[in-house]
Design a protein around this ligand. Sequence first.
Ligand code: NIG
Ligand code: FE
Length: 440
Amino acid sequence: MKGNALIKNAPQVVTCSGTKAKQGKEMSDLHIITDGAVLIEDGIIKTVGKTNDIISQYSEDVLERFDGTDSSDKAPDIIDATGKCVMPGFVDPHTHFIFGGYRPEEFSWRLRGESYMEIMQRGGGILSTVNETRKASKEELINAGKKRLDAMLSFGVTTVEGKSGYGLDRPTEIRQLEVMQELNEEHPLDIVSTFLGAHAVPPEYKGKADAFIDHMIHEVMPEVVGRGIAEFCDVFCEKNVFSIEQSRTLLSKAKVMGMKLKLHADEIVQMGGAELAAELGAVSADHLLQASDKGIKEMAEAGVVATLLPGTAFSLKEPYARARHMIDQNCAVALATDLNPGSCFTESIPLIFALATLYMDITTEEAITALTLNAAAAIDRANTVGSIDPGKQGDLVILEFPSYHYVPYHIGVSTVEKVIKKGNLVFDKLDPSLNWELLI
Ligand code: NIG
Ligand code: FE
């Protein structure tokens, strides 16, 4: 792919400028350029500014290649964004998008009053997906994963985090991570992989959670680290799943082995997961519906990104995480879909915007930061994606509307018209025949 593009005449370029997570009040700062343009060369943002300035500044050395006469492979896409807001591509920093089978009946059971944890404790929930994923071939997982990535792309997501955790044994955990590695090479979306071997206790270790953690540390993690197939290690730290002590043991070892850390923390029961994330210097702590005041304060001080998953609270009918309080306490908040076959089966970024703004008491500006720069920071990518800054990857979305205010306002509907990934147009609502596979 050629990776050259000039996007010009945008009434707003919402740059979200920055190279690290924005904490507290800073989250409101979107750094908007009016009448803006973005120039991308070889997949990297070369400059962003006023359309007139860019056109005069680069008229000699660069723009002659952008005058539409160059028919070579290097010919750039020129996109007139008149009437359309330009923003960074969205980052979805918490998903479980590689899995076998589905669990639609569980949704109905929950509607009748059974809880997520009750279903899990009687062998359903995560364990039922583990059964299906162990049976699934690599091809089946790749094909299903590709479809979900395509859906994400249509919502404007250009980077996604994906977790293992539906194998709970060495071969399947490794297979999930290999599938993500292959998809990362094949698909335009960038995938950041997380090892979540401690997602549940599998039947063969029932009642022996300590031994299972030991198995993950000694039999699985060395291969994951040795082959470099996961950057992060995560754990489901929850009552009746893994305790604080077990989580600390696993994550401390992962850290020594060179992995970065994440936690599913304080989701259903307050366990002190937020405090543990701060203690261990995790990059993010996720869910946090029940996080304590102390845990929130400690996360803000330690610079742990609070990744909130309102789709999951919505789908499980649990109370939302205290996003407003977290931001007021100077936390860096990110948002994610948590796409998975159980607690939240959705790739929908518009749904997350709707829930975050209407039910978590955060502003449109904060929500945008939470799904761009702070989401990038939650997967340690704030240096390369999450904002429109020179030197970063040319990943952006062009909306159908002239300002970012339309994003949550068009409730539950995607406002993304075009997606540019590393300088290439990979999705266009106006041109359904556009197929990224043909561009490679
Ligand atoms: O983030 N809470 C634990 N893990 C996932 C759900 C996984 C599943 O139900 O399959 C989550 O919500
Ligand atoms: Fe999750």
